[in-house]
Ligand binder design. Sequence first.
Ligand code: ADP
Ligand code: MG
Length: 264
Amino acid sequence: MKVVAIANQKGGVGKTTTALNLSAALALRGQRVLLIDLDPQANCTSGLGIEPPEDSSMYSVLIGEKTVHDQILETGRENLWLVPSEMDLAGVEIELARSDDHLTRLRRILQALKPNDLFDYCILDTPPSLGVLMTSALAAADEIVIPLQCEWFGLEGLAKIVHVIDQIRSSDANPDIRLEGIIMTMYDGRTLLSRQVVEEVAKFFPEQMYKAVVPRTIRIGEAPSHGKTIFEHDPTGIGAQAYGAVGDEFLIRRAAVGPLLAKH
Ligand code: ADP
Ligand code: MG
């Protein structure tokens, strides 16, 4: 099981949309995916149309009262499971900040899932801040995928998150952390700006930037209000095509890396 954090400290850049639809794309491609909603706003949870019972988030797992297994819910979709979120998860920031191991606790919890081999990927949707939940997710992740909005301020945000990833790498918390990919979101081909931002990111991060770019479409924006992924809401539209291409590329990139790693 690989742990993949979908991260960007900026809000509204497409983290949740990407976490949901990438998870769904991987599940449709036969990968067993555990999606963990780490944002107290619980957009991933509602976006899948799930109303979780009380006390079903990572909160009680992080404070040591439950196991992650206790919190895994079926989503009604093949190959896709969810640990939902709830407002109370925000409280864990305070609880964890008091403990010495706050940065590595989530990492230990998720590492313990690995030998069970129940999932191929664990995808973490993270909150838009550099608080304890977000840094815990970075410390727990094997790989980071950054969704980046095709706007100028998106580039500023990118520099910051890359810096934070470097800091986590040089700490003991997670020396092997890897910025695996950058997924360009809300692309509007009619604007020069969108094209320029993509060019800029391609120039500085040629390996990391996904070739599949996610366009801004009304369908992607409205799908969560129906509790549906883009593949359920508009299966043949350009949004589903784009996130399908992102899912394909995600797997192809790993197929390409796998044999290389195996040699060493
Ligand atoms: P974050 O999790 O980073 O805060 P979201 O994924 O919630 O960002 O996206 C912010 C808003 O933009 C949401 O209302 C979402 O539905 C919308 N959105 C995200 N991606 C797209 C897109 N490609 N096209 C149109 N709307 C989008
Ligand atoms: Mg979000």
